[in-house]
Every structure is written in C-alpha cells, then in structure tokens.
Design a binder for this molecule. Structure first.
Ligand code: ACO
Length: 428
C-alpha cells in the first residue's frame, strides 16, 4: 500500500504522492509553506532569508507532496534540520521538524498525514531517536505523536521595577562590554556552547545558526535598532551575554524607549546579575522585554519585587519519541521505576505495544511484556513528559490516560522529574 492511500480499500485514490525534493525545488516548497503560514514576504525575499541556512545544511531531508496531475504541482511540504540537541541523557541527534505547510485548496485531505508518516519513517531509518518542533497551533501535532514538552516565559519589566535585590550576587571583577555582535562572536559562541551542552532543549549552534541568530537586515528590524551584544566576563573569559535591540520612542512627557532582549544567558549567578543591571540601567528606557526566558530563569528571584514582572508562559518544544525504546533507555531517571506500559502509536507502529520499563539512575531496560499493563497511554504523552517539565499526572487528572495500578503515574513522574527547566529559545 502506498503511504498516501487510506486504510479503507474502497476509499478513492487521494491523487497525490510524497517524495523527497532538492535545492532546485525549494522555491516551490517555500511558495507553499509561505502561503500556508501567511508569511508577509514574497518568495524571493523569503528565499533570500532562508537560503543561507538551508544551503549550509542541505536539502536532502525536504519532503514534498505533489499533485499527481499534469505538472506535478507541489501541494505540501515538510522538512527537518539535523540537530544535536540536549536531551535528559545529554546531547543527541534530534530531527528539528520545520517548514510544514499544505496549499490552502488542498487542506484536510490527508496531505500532512502522509508527509508526517513518511518523515517519521525517514527519521527512524536514520537511527535518530527524537523529533522536535515548534507548533503553529497546539491542536495539530498530538495525533502525530508529539507532546508539548517545554514552556518558556516572555517577560516584560517596567522601569521602576527593574531593580535587583541588595543581596543579588555582584562580582566587582566582572565587566560588561557593549559591542556589535560579530565583534564578540567568539565570546557568544563559547558561552552558548557551555550552556547548551547541559540545558535540556538547546541545540548546538553551528556556524550557519549563528549567522541566522546574528542576522540584522534593516528591513527585518521592525523599527528597532541594530542588534547589539552585551558580554559580561572576567579573568576566566566570557561568562554571559545578552543580544538586544532598543526602540526609540517619545511621548509628551518624555522618553518612552524600550529594550528588546532577543536572547540572554550566563554561566554564573553574578554574570546574570551584571547583565540584568546593564539592561535595566539603559537611559531613556521605560520597559525591558525579554522574548523568551527559561521557566526557571534567575530574573524572577533577583528582582526586588518579582510580582512586577509581567511573565507569560508559552509552549515551545513539542517532542516526539521516534524510537521510544531507545529514547527511554538512554535517559537517566531520578528514582527507580518498574512497570508495564501499554503504548499506542498510530504513526510509528514499531513503538506500539506492551513494554516493561525498568528504570534507574543510569538508564532503563525496555523490553516487550506479556503481563497486564499498569498504565495505558499514547506515545505523545511520553514525549510531553520526557523533558521532565510536563508531569503525566495532569493527563491522568484530565482522564486522558488510564492507570490500572494505582500509584504508577506518581512513580513515573517522580522518575522522569528534572529540577532544571528545559529551554530552546530559538524558533526553528
Ligand atoms: C513545525 C511547523 O512547521 S508548524 C507549521 C504548521 N503549518 C501551518 O500551521 C500552516 C497552516 N496550516 C496548514 O498548512 C495545514 O492546515 C496543516 C499543515 C496544519 C494541516 O494539513 P492537512 O493536509 O490539512 O492535514 P491532514 O488533512 O493530514 O489532517 C490530519 C488531521 O489533522 C487535523 N488537523 C489538521 N490541521 C489542523 C489544525 N490546524 N487544527 C486542528 N486540527 C487539524 C485534521 O482535522 C485531521 O484530523 P483527523 O486525523 O482526526 O481526521
């Protein structure tokens, strides 16, 4: 059966097929996902922005659905980046799914389903155990086995409230310098590499990704200043940085400027303090906005009055255990756990079935099981819980998973728990 045929043999042929694409066809693919995602740029402008990264990473993972009629028109697209992303067991290969779109006149006929099925098979065949994505809508990806695994914070602090506690750690040996980002790129790369190696959800930022992060076309600034980098460091080298833009605004009663922080990270508490104090001390500014912070960012602890920071949670990474057995085997667990899980997986049937999970600090053994299950759930629940931030208890309370042996969910949540929040920060 071809991948786009429906299970019902009486169903009409769908009229499209899914295949790999290439660099030459990328403009057609961009036209489709640009239209689907309501991009405001025309295709040439989009390509100008996207080509450098895609040229560097290659086009061999790009999938297209094409109308089988004359002309083989592209009607759907899906792609993924080959990341090394930090998972609970450390940095591992992860497929970063991107560029998903279906031409508006061909929606709801199963085109995305065909693309997802093929993409998962490809990722599995490559031996990659996980896929991750940022979803345009939270209602799309659970059916394909992705779980909402990470929440990040956008945070806004108004001027009088940007003061840090008197006992915030301050190190007089640290100095903050403000530079054009390319001048301090080596410092940024060094700090990020140190953080990303241990912060679950971050991917190793290779050269092409740095080019994208530091890209600074005037047309894309939306009225804000060029990007600047504040780097904090001391004798041991750089210990943190903030990448930000300012916005110049005036009202009848004076300056109403803003600071917009694209990215901030640090390796020591004193470096965080120095960066926040730099940002909050910019003159002519009434508001500092952080695009995305980890849910456990030190900011909220360091503010004199944390209640004055306006924080909004937003879902970031959706995680898919493509090779569930491999993924569950290689992560460490915070407590011993043993039970039989009955797992459903519509799009990656190799994961479906009954599995005995025997887990501990060093990893787990996951073996086919015959006995009665202690817990029944879908692979997307396990994807959501994998990063340790989204307990399965929530799904149990909502009646979406079935606990056959009381206490199994509590015990599994305890085993999966992590004290540090996951964070990705970069929409891909
Ligand atoms: C990682 C990323 O790139 S995120 C970006 C995702 N892309 C977009 O949001 C662009 C705009 N949307 C689109 O292009 C399309 O609507 C897509 C890609 C979301 C869906 O494509 P379609 O070909 O219509 O999906 P398909 O027909 O295979 O639907 C499969 C199932 O998902 C459901 N579904 C699809 N899209 C949505 C949606 N936006 N909201 C809720 N349910 C949806 C369908 O109802 C169907 O449900 P079923 O399995 O219960 O019958």
């Amino acid at each position: 059966m071809s991948e786009n045929q429906k299970a019902d043999p009486a169903a009409p042929a769908p009229g499209w097929s899914v295949r790999h694409s290439d660099a030459d066809e990328f403009p057609e693919a961009a036209r489709v996902f640009g239209q689907a995602l309501l991009f405001s740029d025309d295709v040439d402008t989009m390509l100008g922005l996207m080509r450098p990264l895609h040229d560097a990473l290659g086009y061999e993972r790009l999938l297209v659905a094409v109308d089988d009629g004359e002309g083989e028109e592209v009607i759907g697209t899906a792609n993924h980046f080959p990341f090394e992303m930090t998972m609970p067991g450390g940095p591992v290969p992860v497929a970063g799914v991107t560029g998903v779109g279906v031409w508006p006149t061909h929606r709801r006929r199963g085109v995305l389903s065909s693309l997802m099925r093929r993409q998962l098979a490809d990722i599995h065949a490559d031996g990659v155990r996980y896929a991750a994505l940022w979803a345009s809508e939270g209602s799309i990806y659970e059916r394909f086995g992705y779980g909402s695994a990470c929440t990040e914070l956008s945070t806004s602090v108004s001027r009088p409230h940007g003061t840090l506690r008197a006992d915030a750690p301050r190190d007089p040996a640290l100095r903050v310098v403000l530079r054009e980002p390319e001048r301090v790129r080596a410092d940024l790369e060094r700090v990020h590499a140190a953080v990303a190696a241990t912060q679950v959800g971050q991917f190793r930022r290779t050269g092409p990704w740095w080019d994208r992060s530091l890209r600074d076309d005037a047309a894309q600034r939306g009225g804000r200043s060029p990007l600047v980098a504040a780097v904090v460091g001391g004798q041991d080298g750089p210990a943190g940085y903030a990448l930000y833009r300012t916005r110049n605004r005036w009202a009848d009663d004076g300056a109403q400027g803003e600071v917009h922080v694209q990215e901030i990270t640090a390796t020591t508490p004193a470096a965080w303090t120095a960066l926040f104090e730099h940002l909050f001390s910019r003159d002519l500014v009434v508001r500092t906005v952080f695009d995305s912070l980890p849910a456990d960012c030190p900011l909220h602890h360091l503010l004199t009055d944390r209640g004055r920071a306006v924080a909004q949670h937003h879902p970031s990474l959706w995680v898919r255990l493509v090779d569930m057995v491999g993924a569950l085997s290689e992560r460490p667990y915070a407590a011993p756990f043993e039970a039989v899980l009955e797992v459903t997986d519509r799009y990656a049937p190799w994961n479906a079935g009954r599995w005995r999970l025997k887990a501990g600090a060093e990893g787990a053994r996951v073996e086919p099981a015959d006995g009665a299950p202690d817990l029944s759930l879908d692979v997307h629940h396990l994807g959501a819980a994998h990063l340790g931030q989204a307990p399965l208890t929530g799904y149990l309370r909502a009646g979406l998973i079935t606990e056959h042996t009381p206490g199994t969910v509590d015990a599994l949540d305890t085993a999966l728990h992590r004290f540090d929040a996951p964070f990705c920060g970069v929409v891909f």
